[in-house]
Design a binder for this molecule. Structure first.
Ligand SMILES: CC(C)(COP(=O)(O)OP(=O)(O)OC[C@H]1O[C@@H](n2cnc3c(N)ncnc32)[C@H](O)[C@@H]1OP(=O)(O)O)[C@@H](O)C(=O)NCCC(=O)NCCS
Length: 214
């Protein structure tokens, strides 16, 4: 038995906290958050112990970065790395009904209920797969990517670092989703999506003037 620190008190942190509780792996689960107004309060019954420095104060605790945006997760992990937090301290939280073994899921990743990983799928570090995501054979999801609820990915797709796929988007088999790119909710991707662009629609096209960086 051991402790777990959920970094942020976000909705995703509450979702991951429920899974961590049900796993029975942790005897103490708490939040840390940069917002001092939350310190000393409780979120979904779990205490907010303070800011990120608490991670250094409790070296025996595992850590899970729960920001919904990949860029924010990366920024928090960068700060934790400077504080000496190595990859080995990060927890991986997977809903118990998700059939993922023996496919590789990296440290710091969160996989919510109903996700399916079929065969030879690789999920790298600090990835978030929200409910009902389907990853099929030979898919690779690079670190800090976020796949929102209901995303369906055909076989052999490569999803780049920090990419964000909105709810219920579909990706045709064999394609590449570039690092840092955004695919809008409900989109149908039929060709490679370049790095750091926002595409949306069916078929998905470049979204001129998109404001959201996700
Ligand atoms: C694609 C997205 C990032 C664009 O956001 P944005 O930059 O704020 O863009 P806007 O809402 O200003 O829309 C810009 C244009 O794109 C269109 N558009 C936005 N999202 C679209 C989508 N998913 N499919 C088709 N068109 C879309 C808008 O209708 C608008 O068109 P117009 O200029 O002709 O009026 C956003 O709409 C999206 O899909 N986000 C994902 C949401 C999600 O899945 N959330 C899950 C949370 S867990």
């Amino acid at each position: 038995m051991r402790g777990l620190l959920l970094v942020t008190a976000s909705g995703l942190a509450r979702e991951a906290g429920v899974l961590a509780e049900h796993s029975g792996e942790y005897d103490h689960i708490a939040h840390v958050d940069d917002d001092p107004r939350l310190w000393g309060r409780s979120v979904a019954g779990r205490p907010v112990l303070g800011g990120l420095e608490v991670v250094a104060d409790r070296p025996s605790y595992r850590v899970l970065v729960c920001a919904g945006k990949g860029a924010t997760r990366r920024a928090l992990v960068d700060r934790l790395t400077l504080m000496g937090v190595g990859l080995g301290r990060y927890a991986t939280v997977v809903h118990p009904a998700v059939d993922w073994f023996p496919w590789s899921v990296g440290a710091g990743s969160i996989i919510l209920g109903g996700a399916v990983l079929t065969a030879d799928v690789a999920v790298h570090e600090h990835v978030v797969l929200m409910p009902q995501v389907t990853l099929t054979h030979d898919d690779v999801v690079e670190s800090y990517a976020t796949l929102c609820a209901g995303v369906s990915v055909g076989g052999g797709v490569h999803i780049g670092e920090g990419a964000y796929l909105g709810m219920n988007a579909c990706v045709r088999e064999g394609l590449t989703v570039g690092a840092g790119s955004v695919l809008g909710m409900g989109s149908v991707l039929l060709s490679d999506l370049p790095e750091r662009e926002t595409w949306a629609g069916s078929p998905a096209r470049y979204l001129d003037g998109a404001r959201s960086s996700r």
